[in-house]
Design a protein around this ligand. Structure first.
Ligand code: SF4
Length: 491
């Protein structure tokens, strides 16, 4: 027969078992919640997902509640196997247990070996675009013979529209769950742990907004493909203050819990294109985020090793201020940052552009410590894990790897936020002003960033034009003085 399979809390879908009847071990470790200060709603999701899976499996699962994984395993007296877990720490733990068989990773489209073979053949960096095209070919995704479906590999140009001039997108809302008794029990337990002082959380509690079971995740996927995918691409980079979800899938959390296999979501999206239900630009944009970006950051986590997280090419040493880490949106006047922090505080989620162009951009401009920022994203977002945030934060957002992933830093001023959102209209600052009382802190921060990093960035020819702009700035001294005085106060 089959060995009992230990399922980690991010391996909860059917594809982590070899047979639907395979015996299962589920471990609920309190220490896992104590190690970091997670968003309250993230702790809720993980615990709720684990307990829902336990309820679903009934007698098929042995469920152990213990402080540590080690203590839990000591209570299990039969041979076990496990799919390789998603963090270095957990992998070390399972590999050091005698008698515990460790199987290859699951839950991604591309295999670790295939990535390493591809990476070994690259010269001059591991570019996402090339990885993505290779993966499309190898896995036959959105291909018409040897050619990309729709005649092009990349529809980014179509997928960068500013938002419509309405407070919300005119699309049906995302699928939302109904909480049940298990959620009530989870909520009571988390309240209890917090009251005991055993565990601390960041962010507010609130109704559960993400799928935690296979059935819920499939319902959420259905709704996305049916109603929201057609407009996903067009507005994927746009931000609306009153509509944080827009056409986004809201599937990152359930997918990172292992409830949906990414290939399944990709195939559903491709089917929507093939049947004329969704345009190629939307479908390509969505597939790019999964087969391209999600698999790519997964492999970068393992490929680069533990030191990658400590990269600090721009020598950014500012500790994260507590108003930022505590999600104290009320302390902030800059509307884009205020609304974004409030959404993280209230839901544990914002889409990729507020993450990159508001939160990440702010941290980059202010020189926040990249490793601390990586931890903060990991802890504060419902879909955050170590493997998710290393490449996203160190590489993409903070340029801390010196250009291994992105050819130039994603620093930008208020003009970008003005074009891509409706934040600036209701803000006390002016996006086109850089010095003075109504100077936009993002616009000033952009020049402040260039000024501080001008020597490090000058060899990068993609930075030549912005740096030339900096030397021509007539009010540069006043701006530098202003930003020195601002210090780490909330903007
Ligand atoms: Fe953000 Fe500046 Fe626009 Fe205000 S003016 S919302 S601070 S970009």
């Amino acid at each position: 027969g089959l060995r009992r399979r230990w399922l980690f809390a991010d391996q909860l879908g059917p594809h982590f078992l070899d047979h639907p009847d395979q015996p299962v071990l589920l471990v609920e470790s309190r220490a896992a919640f104590r190690r970091r200060r997670y968003h309250r709603q993230k702790a809720h999701l993980v615990l709720s997902a684990l307990r829902h899976r336990a309820a679903e499996l009934g007698d098929q699962a042995v469920v152990v509640r213990a402080d540590t994984y080690g203590e839990a395993l000591a209570q299990v007296d039969e041979p076990l196997d496990v799919c390789a877990p998603t963090s270095r720490g957990a992998l070390r733990l399972v590999e050091s247990r005698p008698g515990l068989e460790v199987l290859p990773h699951r839950g991604f489209v591309t295999a670790r070996d295939d990535f390493e073979r591809w990476a070994g053949a690259q010269r001059g960096g591991l570019r996402l675009e090339h990885f993505y095209r290779t993966a499309r070919r190898v896995h036959g995704v959105l291909m018409d013979g040897d050619a990309p479906a729709g005649g092009r590999w990349n529809f980014d140009h179509e997928n960068r529209e500013p938002p419509p001039r309405t407070p919300r997108l005119d699309v049906p809302g995302p699928w939302l769950p109904q909480e049940d008794d298990i959620d009530a029990e989870v909520r009571a337990d988390l309240d209890h742990w917090e009251a005991d002082g055993d565990v601390t959380f960041v962010g507010r509690d609130g109704p559960r907004r993400f799928a935690v079971t296979r059935a819920e995740a499939v319902a959420a996927l259905d709704r996305f493909v049916e109603h929201r995918l057609p407009t996903f691409g067009r507005y994927e980079d746009a931000m609306l203050a009153a509509d944080p979800w827009m056409s986004h899938s809201m599937l990152s959390a359930p997918m990172n819990l292992g409830l949906i296999d990414p290939r399944e979501a990709i195939d559903r999206a491709e089917h929507a294109y093939r049947t004329g239900h969704a345009p190629i630009a939307s479908v390509e944009g969505y597939v790019r985020q999964l087969l391209g970006w999600r698999d790519y950051v997964w492999h970068v986590y393992w490929h680069t090793g533990p030191d990658y997280r400590e990269s600090n090419a721009l020598d950014a040493r500012t500790p994260l201020p507590t108003w930022f880490t505590d999600l104290d949106a009320d302390a902030v006047e800059a509307r884009c940052l205020r609304e974004t922090l409030a959404q993280v505080r209230d839901t544990g989620w914002v889409h990729h552009i507020p993450r990159l162009m508001v939160l990440g951009n702010w941290a980059l401009q202010r020189g926040y410590d990249p490793a601390a920022l990586t931890d903060w994203f990991h802890e504060s977002f419902v879909d955050g894990y170590a493997w998710v945030m290393a490449a996203n934060v160190i590489g993409m957002s903070q340029h801390a790897d010196g250009g291994f992933m992105a050819t130039k830093p994603y620093a930008s001023g208020g003009a970008y936020i003005k074009r891509m959102s409706d934040y600036c209209g209701g803000c006390r600052y002016r996006p086109d002003v850089r010095v003075g009382d109504n100077a936009c802190p993002f616009t000033a921060g952009y020049w402040w960033f260039l000024h501080r990093n001008r020597d490090t960035l000058s060899p990068n020819h993609r930075m030549a034009q912005p740096l030339a702009g900096l030397t021509r700035l007539r009010d540069r001294d006043a701006l530098v003085d202003q930003e020195h005085r601002r210090g780490q106060e909330p903007p």
